[in-house]
Design a protein. Structure first.
Length: 198
């Protein structure tokens, strides 16, 4: 009666601007999810397994010889679990680091190959400008040609991409429009197929 206030379930006034006080917001939830890294997941897993080993050792020791034996068995099982966890964690972290390096190398090589495609296409636009034969100056055309050749000559460019780019550049130098379009299509297909399996 004192005004039309929206009421949620349980008689709690609903807030039109966000979650009620004490309720974790969306940003906090996303932060918790983002911080759950593979290293943290592995740490939690190995810690849980170590605790289970300690509990199992304590239970077996209690069944065999009472309190002192249970304590000793729990300590021994915990030490074994800790050593095993450290070994597993070290190997897993080395595997994670290697996978990250390989992913970075593949991403860099893929970016270089796409850069070759972009610059060869830019040179094609200078050779056959949409605005007519005088739409691009000779200096700009030569500059785009130089950049395209330099990109195609980089050591990081895969061999298949390099050969396809060389064919396209040679046809562009000859101003063979039909052949250059076909060569550019082959170059684009080569770049896509080279990294679709990654």
């Amino acid at each position: 009666m004192g005004g039309d206030r929206p009421v949620g379930t349980g008689g709690v006034a609903a807030s039109p601007t966000g979650p009620p006080p004490g309720h974790p917001g969306e940003a906090e939830t996303l932060h918790v999810m983002a911080s759950f890294t593979p290293a943290r997941a592995l740490l939690m897993l190995t810690t849980g397994l170590t605790c289970l080993l300690m509990a199992g050792g304590a239970l077996i020791g209690a069944l065999i010889g009472g309190g002192p034996v249970a304590l000793g068995a729990a300590v021994c099982a915990g030490l074994v679990g800790m050593v095993g966890s450290l070994i597993v964690r070290r190997r897993a972290m080395a595997h994670f680091a290697m996978a990250q390096r390989q992913a970075g190398q593949r991403g860099y090589a893929e970016g270089i190959a796409h850069g070759v495609l972009i610059h060869v296409t830019a040179y094609e636009a200078a050779v056959f400008p949409r605005t007519g034969p005088h739409g691009v100056s000779a200096e700009e055309r030569e500059a785009r040609r130089t950049i395209a050749y330099r990109m195609a000559a980089l050591d990081e460019v895969p061999q298949r991409v390099r050969l396809a780019a060389a064919d396209a550049l040679a046809l562009l130098d000859k101003t063979d429009r039909e052949g250059a379009e076909e060569a550019l299509a082959r170059l684009a297909t080569t770049v896509r197929l080279e990294y679709s399996r990654l």
